[in-house]
Design a protein around this ligand. Structure first.
Ligand SMILES: NC(=O)c1ccc[n+]([C@@H]2O[C@H](COP(=O)([O-])OP(=O)(O)OC[C@H]3O[C@@H](n4cnc5c(N)ncnc54)[C@H](OP(=O)(O)O)[C@@H]3O)[C@@H](O)[C@H]2O)c1
Length: 265
């Protein structure tokens, strides 16, 4: 059975104009799925939609929407009309690097909205419809930063733990109903967003950043087989050490010290 036969005709990618989101869009289009692509900036989003249509001959609907707004889900539902969404990737995320108290509560609240509350609402609506139809797939992007407290990235890392735990719970609930859910726990990946943070080197053991396409291919191979996974061999190894070899206190120290070094804090 092909990916499209298994999951259906149309995928929604939230946060889709560049980086990992764009890689999901291309990879799903290459599997023959029509797309609904979401991002804030109209120009790059529309350019991405045109390119994908040219390359793969699938229908692409670009929807300009800021996932920070509390009614983002309602805006998306209105924009897509009667299309049914068979596969959903929630890729967009907001992060803040620095001391927790050095930015406003508003920034932390926006991170919670984009990274937790909007995916919550989209999952409730589109996941609910998938369960009703008895088939579908959902990817929630998480991060290896969410496996332990991560100083100077505390709120973002906590939201990524939330994504993973939510996806794992729904994997259990929805698998018997024909809907696959997976949390993709990525490590450093060379997306424009990541490169813009200008990361330094934290340690010689730090894995080389992956390419977005590598993360996405592994995720689409794994969905249906596991509730969550860590992308890439280097990240799997580092996560094994952090979770199973070092005591938790040591893992939290390594993470915070690494962030301080990487970002000169
Ligand atoms: N890159 C890494 O190193 C890394 C590591 C671990 C986990 N992750 C996870 O992987 C995912 C992708 O991260 P990334 O930073 O690399 O991003 P990315 O895949 O480059 O995606 C960013 C995309 O999301 C859109 N977007 C961002 N904020 C949005 C908002 N508020 N509303 C609507 N669209 C929005 C952007 O377009 P606009 O700017 O036009 O809105 C862009 O198309 C995230 O969930 C992240 O937590 C990334």
């Amino acid at each position: 059975m092909t990916f499209k036969q298994k999951y259906g005709n149309t995928a929604l990618v939230a946060g889709a104009s560049e980086g990992m989101g764009a890689a999901y869009a291309h990879t799903l289009a290459a599997r023959g799925l029509d797309l609904v692509l979401i991002a804030r900036r109209k120009e790059p989003l529309e350019a991405r939609a045109r390119l994908i249509t040219e390359l793969y001959g699938v229908n692409v609907l670009p929807v300009v929407c800021d996932l920070t707004t509390p009614d983002a889900t309602q805006q998306i539902i209105r924009a897509i009309g009667d299309r049914s969404i068979d596969f959903m990737v929630y890729n967009a995320a907001l992060s803040y690097i620095g001391p927790y108290l050095a930015t406003s509560l508003r920034t932390h609240t926006d991170i919670a909205q984009v990274n937790m509350l909007t995916p919550f609402a989209l999952l409730h609506y589109f996941g609910g419809k998938m369960v009703e139809r008895g088939r579908g797939g959902v990817v929630l992007m998480s991060s290896i930063a969410g496996f332990q407290g991560s100083g100077y990235l505390a709120t973002y890392a906590a939201t990524k733990a939330f994504n993973r735990v939510l996806a794992e719970g729904l994997w259990y609930e929805w698998k018997p109903k024909g809907v696959d859910v997976i949390a993709c726990c990525a490590g450093a990946t060379s997306t424009p967003n990541y490169l813009n943070t200008k990361p330094g080197k934290a340690s010689i053991l730090e894995p080389k950043p992956q390419l977005p396409e590598q993360v996405v291919e592994e995720c689409l191979r794994k969905i249906g087989t596991t509730p969550s996974f860590i992308s890439g061999t280097g990240n799997k190894l580092v996560s094994f050490l952090m979770q199973h070899v070092f005591p938790r206190k040591k893992a939290v120290m390594i993470m915070g010290d690494g962030m301080r070094k990487m970002y000169n804090i």
